[in-house]
Design a protein around this ligand. Structure first.
Ligand SMILES: Cc1ncc(C[n+]2csc(CCOP(=O)(O)OP(=O)(O)O)c2C)c(N)n1
Ligand SMILES: [Mg+2]
Length: 436
């Protein structure tokens, strides 16, 4: 582990500019040390050198875009940044990504805020369920937060798409749905992200294709979205997430097959949280090396309790999927609660196991420790930070509880996108709600 304690902080280099010009500029820009020889003579103090190739690249850009790039890049080199070693990925038919992961102070706070918000949001959802205010299904994501936060950090969400299963609250939030819309949806309120008609398992958003209740069904959907990206030459990657239990569904293998044949830019992600309902991975899967299950597809196993490992592997996989085609990622994670709220969670795993995971592998505690180690915050400051997040989530719950339920007339809307509904059996769609 090494730390570079530069005096101020700014943006993440990898998010500045588009790939076409910003990306190539990165290759010719160096941090030069005092005394180091350059074509322009020895460097007098630590400074950023723009090499001729980079200067000409900048000239090709419009003046305003060029200056935006320069200021962003310059700021990035005065960022508080630390480098951490992540766990080496086990791999199948592909070289592993590097283990060094950079973390800026800004990124650390961003990831922490997101993970803490999800944790608190899920705790509140559990309380609302126990109070019988949330009805039906409710699958919590506590313990798995580093997965959605790390993956979204490693993707380009202006271009990429995500499809997941029913354990989707954290994904909806990370992909831009405000907490109050997630909670409203769980409570079945009109202010919910699916207008109160989807509930826990059916949340959608920009570049977010659910929220799917049928185990495994999200995998071919993701392959189809990837095919659309390729067909339309959109340079996007489609991510399809499924569980260790879902991984044994035949449709996963059908999706792998067609994705490989057609070189679809897809990342198939097995969220191995060790259980499918009350059945352990060992009892449900003949081969628990989920990253090898794509056979002819390359695969990697990632420590998904570490947000940096997830982000790094995602960046690497995205590049691969765009250029070569599909890849399988096994994200090794853990769920803290039962499968759903109706799962007593006492018959198939030991309390000690959950306790051990919570104390020794928790993604939030792991990131907090790094931030304290770097001197970016004290324990007390992070406690106060968490208290604020808790207050925000409580506000969102209060807001949601005060919202109305969707009107009964909304039962016959939003059935087909962009098209008039052609008729519902047993119901005359030409009648207004009052006439029904
Ligand atoms: C096709 C189908 N079969 C069975 C179910 C019932 N079911 C819901 S969740 C689940 C277990 C899935 O476990 P896993 O894929 O590991 O996901 P996790 O709940 O651990 O996130 C099952 C069997 C379903 N929803 N759809
Ligand atoms: Mg599972």
């Amino acid at each position: 582990m090494m730390a570079d304690t530069s005096s101020s902080y700014g943006e993440d280099l990898s998010t500045t500019g588009d790939e076409a010009d910003g990306g190539s500029m990165m290759n010719v820009m160096h941090m030069m040390k005092p005394g180091q020889e350059t074509a322009m003579g020895p460097v007098k103090s630590t400074e950023i050198i723009l090499e001729p190739e980079m200067l000409s690249t900048l000239c090709r850009l419009s003046a305003s875009r060029a200056s935006a790039h320069v200021s962003a890049l310059s700021r990035a080199y005065t960022t508080d940044v630390a480098t951490y070693e992540t766990r080496v990925c086990d791999t199948h038919k592909i070289d592993p990504p590097g283990t060094a992961a950079e973390l800026t102070k800004d990124q650390a706070f961003e990831y922490l805020e997101k993970m803490m918000t999800i944790r608190r949001m899920e705790t509140s959802a559990g309380e609302l369920y126990r109070a019988k205010k949330i009805r039906g299904f409710c699958h919590l994501y506590s313990g798995q937060e580093a997965l959605c936060v790390g993956m979204v950090a490693g993707l380009d969400m202006a271009k990429d798409g995500i499809t997941t299963a029913y354990r989707c609250h954290g994904w909806a939030y990370t992909l831009g749905t405000p907490v109050e819309q997630v909670i409203s949806e769980l409570l079945g309120r009109a202010s919910g992200c699916s207008k109160g008609k989807g509930g826990s398992m059916h949340m959608y958003g920009d570049h977010f294709y659910g929220g799917n209740g049928i185990v495994g069904a999200q995998v071919p959907i993701a392959a189809g979205i990837g095919l659309a990206y390729k067909y339309l030459d959109q340079q996007g990657v489609s991510v399809g997430l499924y569980g260790d239990g879902a991984s044994n569904q035949g449709q996963c293998f059908e999706a792998y097959n067609i994705a490989h044949l057609w070189k679809i830019p897809a990342i198939f992600v097995c969220e191995n949280n060790k259980y499918g309902m009350g059945t352990s991975a060992e009892r449900s899967s003949a081969n628990t090396k989920y990253y090898t299950r794509g056979d002819y597809l390359p695969g990697m196993k990632i420590d998904a309790m570490d947000v940096l490992a997830v982000r790094n592997a995602t960046e690497y996989a995205r590049e691969y999927a765009l250029n070569e085609g599909p890849i399988v990622l096994e994200m090794e994670t853990y769920r803290y609660h039962g499968h759903s709220m109706s799962d007593p969670d006492t018959t198939y795993r030991e309390k000690e196991e959950i306790k051990d995971m919570r104390s020794n592998f928790d993604p939030i505690l792991g990131l907090k420790a790094k931030m304290i180690e770097q001197g970016w915050a004290t324990e007390a400051e992070l406690k106060a930070y968490e208290k604020n997040i808790r207050a925000e989530v409580t506000k969102a719950v209060k807001f949601s509880e005060a919202q109305p339920e969707p009107p009964v007339s909304s039962l016959i809307t939003d059935i087909l996108a962009g098209e008039k509904m052609r008729g519902v059996r047993g119901c005359d769609i030409t009648l207004s709600y009052d006439e029904l």
